[in-house]
Design a protein around this ligand. Structure first.
Ligand code: ZN
Length: 121
């Protein structure tokens, strides 16, 4: 069985404006076109804190997933929680993304107050 890859596509980085290639192979791996060139992705992942919502977290297994603002699902391990012992489904969190061998994962996770809590003041 042979795998036929889609043709490479050229995209413009929303961060630095350069044109970069989204290869046919990458298109088979990624659900949606990347907004940033590989270099910017690396820099942004190192610097920008993101917001997301906990999709699920299993305290027994010690890991779960966060749904990021762009809809991607980011692995989160208990080790990334610091003083937080666990997360709950629906928690709003801030975190940074790092790229691991098996894909992106969340680090420096902190729980944010829910908007409803603010309105009760
Ligand atoms: Zn860029």
């Amino acid at each position: 069985m042979s795998l036929v890859l889609p043709p490479d596509r050229f995209l413009t980085c929303r961060h630095c404006g350069i044109t970069f290639v989204w290869t046919g192979w990458e298109q088979t791996q990624d659900a949606q076109a990347p907004a940033h060139c590989p270099g910017s992705r690396h820099v942004l992942a190192l610097t920008r804190r993101q917001r997301g919502t906990v999709k699920w977290f299993d305290p027994r297994k010690g890991f779960g997933f966060i749904t990021a603002a762009d809809g991607s699902e980011i692995y989160v391990n208990r080790r990334a929680l610091g003083r937080l012992k666990r997360l709950r489904r629906g928690d709003v969190v801030a975190f940074r993304i790092e790229q691991g061998r098996l894909g992106p994962f969340a680090v420096e996770v902190e729980r944010l107050p829910r908007e409803e809590d603010d309105r009760t003041i």
